[in-house]
Design a protein around this ligand. Structure first.
Ligand SMILES: [Cu+2]
Length: 181
């Protein structure tokens, strides 16, 4: 059977091998794209090693209730008369984020690396240390604990803020981290 198609006119079928003969401008465009991809990939890989702002490799799965219980037990154990939790050198600390704050108030020793286990117990929060040349800014998701290793060099007060919008009072969400000699 022969289909009676209307003659549209003017449209010639492509010549055989047309895909192998790219016009010069398209060839240039192709090289620009490939070069951009190579440069961006190099930056990504470089940042991974040199950027020093990567999520902690230590993390584990937990639940909000389990993490809160663990943090509370840790806080009770090391709480001082000042109401702050004095973390012994070499001991892992626990800190939980909630709407709209952090618990407990930690006191660390200057010059010693300390690991702080962090998690959020209600919704997505952030943990960001501001100033003092510290480069630590983490996202905290509920049901996951992240072990951030951090060596405070200078004694003093370190401001910690939540960097993930978490509700109407997100802007008030902060805590002070104390670092002692
Ligand atoms: Cu928050």
């Amino acid at each position: 059977m022969r289909l009676d198609l209307p003659d549209l006119g003017g449209v010639d079928p492509p010549q055989p091998g047309w895909a192998k003969r790219l016009p010069a401008d398209e060839r240039i465009f192709l090289w620009v794209v490939l070069a951009s991809v190579a440069v961006m990939s190099a930056f990504t890989i470089g940042w991974l090693w040199l950027g020093d702002q990567n999520p902690p490799t230590a993390s584990y799965h937990t639940s909000a209730a389990r993490f809160a219980t663990k943090t509370q037990a840790f806080a009770e154990r090391y709480k001082g008369k000042d109401g702050r939790v004095h973390v012994p050198v070499g001991k892992d600390a626990y800190l939980m984020a909630y709407r709209y704050g952090f618990y407990p108030t930690l006191v660390l020793k200057a010059g010693h690396p300390s690991r702080i286990w962090l998690s959020a117990i209600d919704t997505l929060h952030g943990f960001s240390i501001v100033g003092h040349g510290v480069n630590l800014n983490l996202q905290l998701a509920p049901n996951h604990a992240y072990g951030a290793v951090f060596t405070p060099t200078k004694p003093g007060k370190y401001l910690v803020v939540c960097n993930e919008y978490c509700g109407l009072e997100h802007h008030k969400m902060q805590i002070t981290l104390y670092v002692e000699r």
